[in-house]
Design a binder for this molecule. Structure first.
Ligand SMILES: [Zn+2]
Length: 225
């Protein structure tokens, strides 16, 4: 596509589906309508109807076992929405001073409005960031995705020192708690206690103790080795 060319007519709804499919595949999940209904918080009937539209527009293929896969066109569009979403999050936190924990929800509004031309200007202004503010890689730049060796907090050992690479971004209240605790990508931490019997892990972040439940800790990724 040429710079400055108007954005192709893909609706926000379609973009949201493509983004959801991309994000599930990014986590190496196989995508089925039931799972999509769960993450998009809509009924299965709605998902099935929208998938029919997406199939007609040659963006996805739905297999006999109902597995959903991208066509090349769908994958490119899905990747583009995710890239614009993650760049928008960087813009919000770095250029506009928006609170870190609000960036994800605000970016969901902006991602549909950024044209390919503005996207290139945004990437340039931000210095081609490798990740969003929560540590997810920004796809689509030439030098590949940022994927350092990572493991879950629950796979660490007491006494281990490491750095946060990625936190889950979907739960706004959880993000506020992370924000207050300084638990963000780049933060150094030490594991104080891993208490599987009570389901908690205690971290030291800047000398402060932070206690997480194992279900949350499972989704926080730190640098491995
Ligand atoms: Zn986000």
């Amino acid at each position: 596509m040429l710079l400055g060319e108007p954005k192709p007519e893909v609706s926000a709804v379609v973009e949201n589906y493509l983004q959801a499919i991309y994000k599930l595949k990014e986590r190496d999940e196989r995508v089925f309508p039931t799972r999509l209904a769960e993450v998009m918080d809509v009924s299965i009937a709605t998902v099935v109807g929208t998938l029919k539209r997406l199939s007609k527009q040659a963006m996805v293929e739905v297999g006999k076992d109902k597995e959903v896969n991208f066509t090349d066109r769908g994958k490119d569009l899905g990747e583009a929405v995710v890239r614009r979403h993650r760049l928008a999050e960087r813009m919000l936190t770095e250029l506009l001073g928006v609170a870190w924990h609000r960036a994800h929800s605000e970016a969901h509004r902006l991602e549909h409005a950024i044209s390919p031309y503005v996207e290139t200007k945004l990437a340039e202004a931000l210095g081609y960031p490798k990740t969003n503010p929560f540590g997810m890689p920004i796809p689509g730049y030439s030098d590949g995705l940022y994927q350092p060796p990572m493991k879950s907090l629950t796979q660490t050992q007491p006494g281990e020192s490491t750095m946060i690479e990625r936190v889950p971004e979907e739960d706004r209240l959880l993000l506020e708690f992370f924000d207050d605790s300084g638990l963000r990508p780049g933060a150094q931490l030490k594991i104080k206690e891993l208490a599987h019997y009570k389901g908690t892990i205690t971290l030291l972040l800047d000398e402060e103790e932070v206690v997480l439940g194992m279900d949350v800790a499972e989704k926080v990724l730190v640098r491995a080795s």
